[in-house]
Design a protein around this ligand. Sequence first.
Ligand code: ADP
Length: 432
Amino acid sequence: MITIILVALLCGILFGSTIGLLALSAGLLLLNWMHRSAAKKLRLWLDSPANTTLPNSLPPWDELYGDLYRLRKRATDIRNQLEETLSRLREALSALPDAVVLLDADLRIEWCNKAAERLLALKSADYGLPINQLLRQPELLEMLNVRVEDSDRASGGRDERQLLLRTPAGSLLEVRRIPFGRENSLLLAKDVAQIEQANTLLRDFVANVSHELRTPLTVIVGYLEPLAKGDVPESKLLQRQCALAHTEAVRMGRLISDLLLLSRLENKLLQRAEGAQSPRRIDMCDLLNTVLAEAEALSGNSHKISLENTGPTILNGYGDELHSAFANLASNAVRYTPAGRKIKLVWCSEGGSPLFYVQDNGPGIAPEHLERLSERFYRVDRSHSSSTGGTGLGLTIVQQILHHHDAKLEIESTPGSGSCFKVRFKAEAVAV
Ligand code: ADP
């Protein structure tokens, strides 16, 4: 501006006042054009700042452009950061095993994670639709339709509601609605089928144990009751009743020690998962000879029991547990095989993997029972359990021990000809 005035003054002095005024007007017109063009460039840049480079201009526009550019860049950086945080948050919510559904004030779905698609059969195409039109279970509708009071929202979602929901697909969900923000809600759903199954297993287990203990206890109480009233039978009958009561008491004791052993095995499994114990070298010759001697003692020499040992001499594992598993299989063979028949204990290698098996000439087991034999308290013939002295926990214990050794139990049996219980180890179990 000062330059224009000075030029106009100079023109006025040199060429007269008319030329001076003309020079001033021309200068002002030029200045006006320059400002307009700078303003136009600024508008263009503001329309799409990302695509257009910052325009070059004269002062003071260049400073203004510089300030605007820095402001714009800061805003873009903040937006990028927010977008990244939001997408990480969504990724985290998507990775959750539980369903998460974000609802607006009108119960419309704003967003849901992968678990919600799986558990509640929602999909991204449902965004914007009211959830109560998609999920129609009456108890869920009732929970969704309850108005959340503002005071409850302010208290940080204390108005949490919860219910158990059976889906059309048959799974059992624990559903919760948590209010948040001004009017939003979170709908959370968790698959509790496994917890329910574990509870059912626990209930069945307690019922089974109670039943197993009640039977011998009833017999013992039955014999003791008349004695307590002073009603003593003649000595031969008394002796017989005492012997029976003793057998039942021993059975109860065996049941309790088997239950304690199972519980110890489960605890050990946990400790091992935490790396508390490591396998040791087991001398298989010693272990097999002990199992043979115990089987012979149990049989009282009424069976022909043999041992074949061509397997690896040293195995990596837990000696006391393997002894218990092998002894259980041998004792089953003795208890279920009629006197005078053969029982074979074999330790060998098959395809490079160690194998132990017990083969008997006993009654055999019908195919429909084979799958269930290692279930707790499962017996083929319940009526024989008192005569064989079994607790119904032997094969469960074997299975648990083999699980510790990464080994498998295979059962082959033909009714009328006998059974073969095989323990197959992995080749890596052989100690080098
Ligand atoms: P139990 O203590 O009753 O013997 P187990 O778990 O050891 O319990 O065995 C489960 C059932 O499997 C037994 O009740 C029996 O019916 C059957 N069983 C196990 N071993 C044999 C075998 N060698 N011959 C025939 N039946 C067997």
